[in-house]
Design a protein around this ligand. Structure first.
Ligand code: C5P
Length: 241
């Protein structure tokens, strides 16, 4: 169960510090990593990162950086100085931006895994076409994954849909963090390319990101435990094969 739990990242998409710390307290020991994204970081900033770390929580800072290379490199340095374990940049920022981000993370005093976001899990084919993406979402995601790999990154955030192909292509050289996770029967909400925890693990996920299906459950710790059990079962199946 420990391995399964360490693979579960909970997205703390909550309004403020009080709600975030209440969730951390409720979910400590039930999930592996706490993900702080744009909503909570914009409000509470680095102090909350330090507070969760001080309470023994592992932190993933999901800022999805996307700007000119110099600005992104500076932001990566600032984020790495907080001691976060994972940090995101948008692969669509291009090769020079990704290389600058990679160099900044590599030179940081403490290791931070830099993850490149490929095609957002909320993007459906019609959305991709409306922003000028030609071809399938899978080929767009692959292109962005190649770009990130070429720039030196060894982590991707991508949907479970293109995961089997990307895992086959990159093997164990890449860490795959998969959002858009919905336990069977859960509401899809604004996500478009979803998968169950078991399907994502069987497809080769290293980590799963789950937000609302846990945070909005009547008993978040119980909901997290259910996801962990599903991860454990799927891991046992894949390891037997
Ligand atoms: O509530 P839900 O499980 O949909 O939350 C998913 C989380 O993963 C959100 O915090 C969202 O910002 C993040 N995410 C995502 N798709 C990506 C990258 C990150 O949903 N491609």
């Amino acid at each position: 169960m420990t391995e399964a739990r360490s693979r579960l990242i909970v997205a703390l998409d909550v309004p403020d510090r009080t709600a975030a710390l209440a969730a951390v307290e409720r979910l400590a020991g039930h999930v592996g990593i706490f993900k702080l994204g744009l909503q909570i970081f914009t409000r509470e900033g680095p102090a909350l990162v330090r507070e969760i770390a001080h309470r023994g929580g592992r932190v993933f800072l999901d800022l999805k950086l996307h700007d000119i290379p110099n600005t992104v490199a500076g932001a990566v340095r600032s984020a790495c100085s907080l001691g976060v374990e994972m940090l995101t940049v948008h692969a669509s920022g291009g090769r020079k931006m990704l290389e600058a981000a990679h160099d900044a993370a590599r030179d940081a005093p403490a290791p931070t895994l830099l993850l490149a976001v490929t095609a957002l899990t909320s993007i459906a084919p019609e959305d991709a076409h409306s922003i000028g993406i030609q071809g399938s979402l899978a080929s767009w995601a692959e292109r962005l994954a190649d770009l990130a790999f070429g720039a030196g990154l060894r982590g991707l955030v991508t949907s479970a849909h293109e995961l089997p192909y990307l895992r086959g292509k990159f093997g164990d050289t890449m860490c795959f963090v998969i959002p858009g996770i919905r336990p069977s029967g859960a509401a899809v909400q604004d996500q478009a390319r979803t998968a169950t925890p078991a399907d994502a693990i069987r497809a080769g996920a290293s980590y799963l990101v789950v937000g609302r299906p846990i945070l909005e459950a009547s008993d978040p710790a119980f909901a997290a435990d259910q996801v962990v059990r599903e991860i454990a079962t799927a891991l046992a199946q894949t390891q037997k094969q």
